[in-house]
Design a protein around this ligand. Structure first.
Ligand code: CA
Length: 249
């Protein structure tokens, strides 16, 4: 384990006036570990690193970190096993690093509770951006981050969180709470596939008591209302659905 400095290992996570989060990087490739540490520290995160999956799991259990960047290809522990174990223990958010073309690992990783994934080779900047996005999502708390309007695909889709209003192709959609919930969940990480199970969970806050398959009918209705913009919600065979647009900046 490499601790660069005295780190606030057991400090309460993410106090409001202190945006610093502790990120644990579990990765056996030293170069990748070092470059991630450098970039994450530059983004004002405290960083713990380990090459060992067993040690990583111990740190997760100790509550030592606010977020985990986990390489699935570890020498001592199967990364997916680690993910499964962490999930059982109510883990912090996890960003998974997968081999370039290993779609299988990505899908398994997401279905085992990873929050997002980045495929190797990746740009460290992308990892930092995704870490930031996950943290702002999971620590939004007061809802200030959600109050804004978010725009996707050069304005093809706009979500107004305050009004819970979706505007597609310049048209305000008349959505049910569940349809809004599905769209909002998909838009929380554009491009990332969400399983039906996950979508059920994400929209539960909107009083949606349903089975995974009922997500399909919500999506069907949602697409109908999107009309000419229906391709915004894409089917990912064997997984679920995703938003087919990038977020505008
Ligand atoms: Ca590896």
């Amino acid at each position: 384990m490499e601790f660069r400095a005295a780190l606030p290992r057991f400090a309460p996570a993410m106090a409001e006036d202190d945006p610093m989060a502790t990120v644990l990087v579990v990765e056996d490739d030293r170069d990748i570990r070092d470059v991630l540490r450098r970039y994450l520290e530059r983004a004002d995160h405290a960083v713990l690193t380990t090459a060992s999956g067993a040690e990583g799991l111990q740190l997760i259990e100790d509550g030592a970190c606010d977020l985990v960047v986990l390489d699935l290809g570890l020498p001592d522990v199967d990364g997916l096993e680690l993910l499964r174990a962490a999930h059982r223990r109510g883990h912090p958010p996890i960003l998974v690093l997968t081999a370039r073309n290993d779609i299988d690992d990505r899908i398994k990783g997401l279905s085992l509770g990873a929050d997002d994934y980045v495929a190797k080779p990746f740009s460290p900047t992308e990892v930092v951006l995704r870490v930031g996005a996950i943290l702002s999502r999971t620590h939004a708390g007061g809802g200030t981050a959600d109050a804004e309007r978010a725009s996707y695909g050069q304005g093809r889709l706009v979500l107004d969180h305050q009004r819970r209003e979706a505007i597609a192709g310049g048209r305000v959609l008349d959505l049910t709470a569940s349809e809004w919930g599905v769209l909002d969940a998909l838009a929380s990480v554009p491009g990332r596939p969400f399983s039906r199970y996950e979508l059920v969970n994400r929209v539960r806050g909107y009083e949606f008591a349903g089975y995974e398959r009922s997500i399909d009918s919500h999506v069907k209705n949602l697409r109908h209302k999107l009309g000419a913009e229906a391709d915004i919600v894409q089917t990912v065979v064997g997984v679920g659905y995703r938003l087919g647009l990038n977020r505008d900046h």
